[in-house]
Design a protein around this ligand. Structure first.
Ligand SMILES: [Zn+2]
Length: 219
């Protein structure tokens, strides 16, 4: 039984590598705290936040979720995301109407990369957050066309060109409902190119976006 569990449950912390549990208390403390406002180089034109800088437990967890199929990390990251969103609503940073339904739209990912990772980790994380927030839902409304490359190692200009015109809406804007607070969610922001293209595409489809939030801001 133990051997079977070892196969299923990761026995080291996804934030710091401490053996024993998938996520340790110290990393949970590191994830807590208010989100920070961001100003990406490519400006999406809506308020943007990150749970924190691209370092420590946050950074390690995002990498482990993406590259080592640590799907279990959607749980602590989604929980931290929910806490950040609840705080942003409470203080009125996110929108003037804190009682409107909140809709989380995952930033699009390349379909092939998502399949290799066993599903899109950003969507998984958003779903965890939505379960913890009253009146919140996840609508995976955006798609990235097959022509886009993995953006790792690309210059800021190349990143922008990589997603320019390649984000499309796969869920009609009408299904999101009028008056909803729409927030685009991603794991990492580097230049802001993907967030910008996502916000632009949603606006063109008649879906106004209130803001964007990511787990880590890379430099
Ligand atoms: Zn840890």
């Amino acid at each position: 039984m133990r051997a079977l569990l070892d196969l299923v449950l990761p026995l080291e912390c996804g934030g710091c590598g401490l053996p024993g549990a998938g996520w340790c208390a110290a990393c949970a403390r590191e994830l807590a705290g208010h989100p920070v406002a961001l100003r990406p180089r490519v400006d999406p034109g809506v308020p943007c936040w990150a749970l924190g800088a691209h370092s420590g437990a946050r950074r390690n967890a995002v990498i482990a979720m993406k590259e080592r199929r640590r799907r279990d990390l959607a749980d602590p990251l989604g929980t931290a995301l929910a806490e950040a969103l609840a705080w942003l609503r409470e203080v009125g940073h996110l929108d003037p109407d804190q009682f409107a339904p909140l809709v989380l739209i995952p930033a699009p990912t390349r379909a092939r990369a998502a399949r290799r990772r066993g599903g899109d980790p950003v969507t998984a994380m958003a779903r965890v957050a939505a379960r913890r927030l009253p009146g919140c839902s996840v609508v995976p409304a955006l798609r990235l066309s097959a022509g886009a490359r993995d953006s790792v190692g690309l210059s800021p200009q190349a990143r922008r060109a990589n997603v320019d015109g390649r984000v499309s809406v796969r869920v009609p804007g009408a299904t999101i409902g009028p008056g909803a607070n729409v927030v685009v969610v991603d794991d990492v922001v580097t230049t802001g190119a993907t967030l910008t293209e996502s916000v632009r595409t949603l606006c063109r489809a008649g879906v106004p976006v209130s803001g964007a939030i990511v787990i880590v801001a890379a430099r």
